[in-house]
Design a protein around this ligand. Structure first.
Ligand SMILES: Cc1cn([C@H]2C[C@H](O)[C@@H](COP(=O)(O)OP(=O)(O)OP(=O)(O)O)O2)c(=O)[nH]c1=O
Length: 211
């Protein structure tokens, strides 16, 4: 659990907790230049229900993570998120092994897939909860298996949904996207910031705060 240092166009107006162990999510939220605490949700995420729509599943997981922390810290505004990769009707999470990563990337390269991040912003003491899911289409040209295997050998794929990181070495795999880039990385910043501003949890730097 640690504080981030402020440096951007926004200021905190209410305590915020990011319920995520993802360094990418922490970096994205930190880019707003606001103080926040990080308390990762620890409970194991359940598998999707039979016939559960991917965006419903991603939102349910985000609520699951936010709820765990909001129960401990009802006074804070808690942000939870869950990112999944969808190809056809198959939900691809994080790879279980290098072999699993190879199967995922072999399947994704040469096709267009969808990345969905479900988000939940919860303020238990105020009985407020807003959930959303954002989708981005990602196009990946075909790749030789030797290139895919060399990418997997970097280790980067192993904690990423879909076995790649668009913001990292894996960026070379992506020719183009349609939709939010930050959503692919793991936190749709435009949508999250809108809710935080609507809730006045965050205000533009320099705003005179009514006493
Ligand atoms: C597709 C893609 C996913 N990812 C990451 C974002 C998430 O960290 C991860 C998906 O796993 P998640 O289960 O969404 O998140 P997490 O386990 O990393 O962290 P927490 O549950 O504590 O919030 O994949 C990238 O970093 N880049 C990408 O291009």
């Amino acid at each position: 659990m640690f504080q981030m240092t402020p440096r951007g166009p926004f200021r905190i107006n209410h305590p915020i907790i990011l319920a995520s162990a993802s360094p990418r999510r922490q970096a994205l939220l930190s880019s707003l230049g606001i103080h926040f605490e990080v308390i990762p949700a620890r409970t194991k995420e359940p598998a999707p229900d039979a016939d559960e729509a991917p965006c419903a599943y991603a939102q349910r997981m985000a609520v699951f993570k936010a709820q765990e922390i909001a129960n401990k810290r009802p006074e804070a505004i808690v942000i939870g998120a869950d990112t999944i990769v969808i190809q056809g009707s198959t939900i691809l999470g994080k790879p279980r092994s290098r072999e699993d990563a190879l199967a995922m990337l072999t399947r994704l390269c040469g096709t267009t897939h969808e990345v969905i991040t479900g988000c939940c912003i919860m303020h238990k003491a105020d009985n407020r909860c807003e959930r959303t899911s954002v989708s981005t289409r990602v196009n990946m040209p075909p790749q030789d298996q030797a290139i895919i295997e060399a990418y997997i050998a970097t280790g980067e794929p192993m904690d990423k949904a879909g076995s790649y990181a668009i913001q990292g070495v894996g960026g070379f795999l992506v020719s183009d996207i349609r939709g939010s880039y930050t959503n692919v990385v793991g936190l749709p910043l435009t949508e999250i910031l809108k809710i935080l501003l609507d809730w006045e949890a965050v205000i533009p730097a320099g705003t005179k705060i009514r006493s």
